[in-house]
Design a protein around this ligand. Structure first.
Ligand code: CTP
Length: 402
């Protein structure tokens, strides 16, 4: 599974560092190319010479090559990698990662990485159980890092409990599982629209809707975690989305969203329009705030561009286009009609009649209809789990066209 995969192994100063040459050998045996980055402290536990020998590559830990004074580019390494694994990862480096500190070469590579980053914390039991450590782990998971929990067992401190690094075979297995079956998504360019749009009619007021953007963002994260390059065109939402593998294009209006989506679509392999685009926009917009004294009775509106339909018109045979349908009545028939009319490959139907589905919730209940006439109804799930179901269906369609 790891044949041809480029993997950066980051080592920090924990006793388990002595096991990493074996991990590097296992990854190489599976056909991966491996580059090792070490912190200075980790060299007390395992030598760079051992790691350079087993990886067949120079080991990186300085910004400059001490022999020829040439610059080691952390950005190049971050872009080179298909995956990065940090093992063992100390509480110290983890805390720095969680707050964006970049005071050594390894941390700058981590910050530059666009690929999935796996982290295997290892430390003494009490340090591991400390609320700050636990908070940092949660923070990294939320930011999209992949957590490889430590196992329980005898620790170097003499304590017995959680904090032990997983064995090299288990770490290699985590990478294997990650890449298995997802080859079809590796490096694929995926365009996703999410969130509402705001259509202003004066300096402070707009027409909008209650979309939180959560479903589209969950999809974007799930695709990025599987190695796709995600371009997220995001309407105004109340939270920040920074996640490895996702480039965010913030927009406000339907017209801005349409422009951005059309630009990205020409290069995209898959496009999913999950945004709740306002269907109408005011004909006139006042630069200043409209005062009530003058009287204000109506807003004249015109239709916005249907972005999904426009993309459907220019779609090539090697591209997949997926839409959403939010319905209250005749749900299935209306979704089927949208699938055909907008030239889609798949449509994800949410019914506002289902409780827990639709705007602002953390859960969703969907039916997926595809161009082959198949349809699948799923249970109420978290938006993250729904994203996984949607991606499985998209992968099946990608295999059909590849
Ligand atoms: N959509 C879009 N541009 C618009 C309106 C909708 O790209 N101006 C996309 C949405 O992102 C979604 C799909 O079209 O993927 C369907 O949106 P929905 O609001 O359910 O349907 P509409 O086509 O707008 O029709 P109606 O509101 O009449 O049901």
């Amino acid at each position: 599974m790891l044949q041809g995969k480029k993997i950066v192994v980051g080592i920090t100063g924990g006793i388990a560092a002595y096991k990493i040459p074996l991990l590097v050998r296992l990854l190489k045996k599976e056909g991966a190319e491996v580059k090792v980055v070490m912190t200075d402290f980790s060299k007390s536990f395992v030598t760079p010479l051992t790691l350079a020998t087993v990886s067949g590559e120079p080991v990186y830990s300085e910004f400059f090559n001490p022999e020829n004074g040439l610059w080691h580019s952390h950005v190049d390494l971050g872009l080179w990698a298909d995956a990065m694994i940090l093992a063992p990862l100390t509480a110290n480096t983890m805390a720095k990662m969680a707050s964006g500190v970049a005071d050594n070469f390894l941390l700058t590579v981590i910050l530059s990485a666009r690929c999935p980053v796996f982290f295997a914390p290892t430390m003494d039991m009490d340090m591991f159980q400390h609320p700050v450590t636990q908070e940092n782990i949660r923070k990294l998971i939320k930011l999209g890092y992949h957590y490889v929990p430590p196992s329980e067992g005898f620790l170097a401190s003499g304590l017995d409990g959680p904090g032990r690094m997983s064995e090299p075979e288990e770490l290699a297995q985590v990478l294997n599982e990650y890449f298995s079956g997802d080859e079809v998504l590796q490096g694929k360019k995926v365009l996703i629209s999410a969130g509402p749009t705001h259509e202003p009619f004066d300096a402070v007021r707009f027409i909008g809707n209650r979309s939180s953007g959560k479903m589209g963002i969950a999809l974007a994260k799930a695709f990025a975690q599987k190695g796709a390059l995600v371009h997220l065109v995001l309407g105004p939402v109340s939270f920040d989305v920074s996640f490895p593998g996702i480039t965010v294009y913030p927009v406000e209006t339907a017209a801005e969203m349409a422009d951005q989506c059309k630009k990205i679509f020409t290069e995209a392999d898959v496009a999913i329009m999950a945004a709740a685009v306002a269907d109408f926009t005011p004909v006139h917009t006042s630069e200043s705030k409209i005062k009530k004294e003058g009287g204000f009775h109506s807003i004249e509106v015109k239709a916005t561009e249907d972005i999904l339909a426009s993309l459907g018109k220019s779609k090539r045979k090697d591209q997949l286009l997926i839409g959403f349908a939010l319905e209250t009545d005749n749900e299935f028939q209306n979704a089927q009609k949208k699938l055909e009319k907008k030239n889609l490959d798949m449509i994800v139907l949410n019914s506002l009649k289902d409780s827990g589905a639709g705007f602002g919730t953390d859960t969703n209940k969907v039916t997926i209809l595809n161009r082959n006439g198949d349809h699948y109804t799923f249970d109420l799930k978290s938006k993250e789990a729904v994203a996984t179901d949607i991606i499985s269906e998209i992968k099946a369609l990608m295999e059909e066209i590849s």
